[in-house]
Design a protein around this ligand. Structure first.
Ligand SMILES: [Zn+2]
Ligand SMILES: [Zn+2]
Length: 197
């Protein structure tokens, strides 16, 4: 038996997925302020597209269901801190797109401040096979502009030493190397041309 219960304005994270073997992934559902069920993200045979299926899941595998009371800021922050960024951004985007005023604020990976998962700049986005997007970390817009190389647009974080050169401003060491190599090559060509041996 479980004392977990679905309530109004509640975010439900559960073990869904499962295509081959027994691989599962986090799926999400939402009970809005009127108690109406919404399927945010459901995948595989374990995905719950309907309220009935989700209720059965809670009955049979309560340990695979996690509930977040969205009325509580503490609970929302706990979800934002412990859930993978992909889930946080996915849910936050769903709420924003569907007109629900639910703020999820994960901590910025650069400065630790809480930023809006929708407006914040997620970095580390990587397309896998063009189907899924995985984000490893999220940074606020301030950190994004402070720690992104203006040359290659790569986000490096506060530990990277950015360089100012004659031609480049706020670039990473690789871009500086590249620039140097280009100049070297040019020099080399000039030297070659001038070399009569
Ligand atoms: Zn930041
Ligand atoms: Zn760069």
């Amino acid at each position: 038996m479980t004392n977990k219960r679905f309530r109004r304005n509640m975010l439900v994270a559960y073990h869904g997925g499962g295509y081959d073997g027994c691989i599962w992934e986090w799926n999400y559902a939402y009970f809005d302020k009127d108690g109406k069920f919404h399927d945010i993200y459901s995948t595989g045979y374990a995905g719950c597209e309907t309220e009935e299926k989700l209720r059965a899941k809670l009955r049979n595998q309560p340990d695979e269901v996690e509930l977040t009371n969205l009325n509580s800021e503490r609970a929302r922050n706990n979800f934002a801190d412990t859930e993978g960024i992909r889930g946080v951004v996915g849910c936050a985007t769903w709420f924003a797109t569907n007109g629900y005023d639910v703020k999820l604020s994960p901590k910025c990976n650069g400065c630790g401040c809480r930023c809006n998962a929708v407006e914040g700049e997620p970095t580390g986005y990587r397309g896998v096979g063009g189907i899924e997007i995985h984000a490893q970390e999220i940074v606020c817009q301030e950190c994004s502009s402070a720690y992104t190389c203006t040359g290659c647009n790569e986000y490096y974080g506060p530990d990277h030493k950015f360089v100012e050169t004659e031609h480049l401003s706020h670039v990473c060491e690789y871009c500086v190397e590249n620039e140097a190599r280009k100049n070297d090559t040019r020099l080399l060509v000039v030297n070659d041309a001038g070399c009569g041996e």
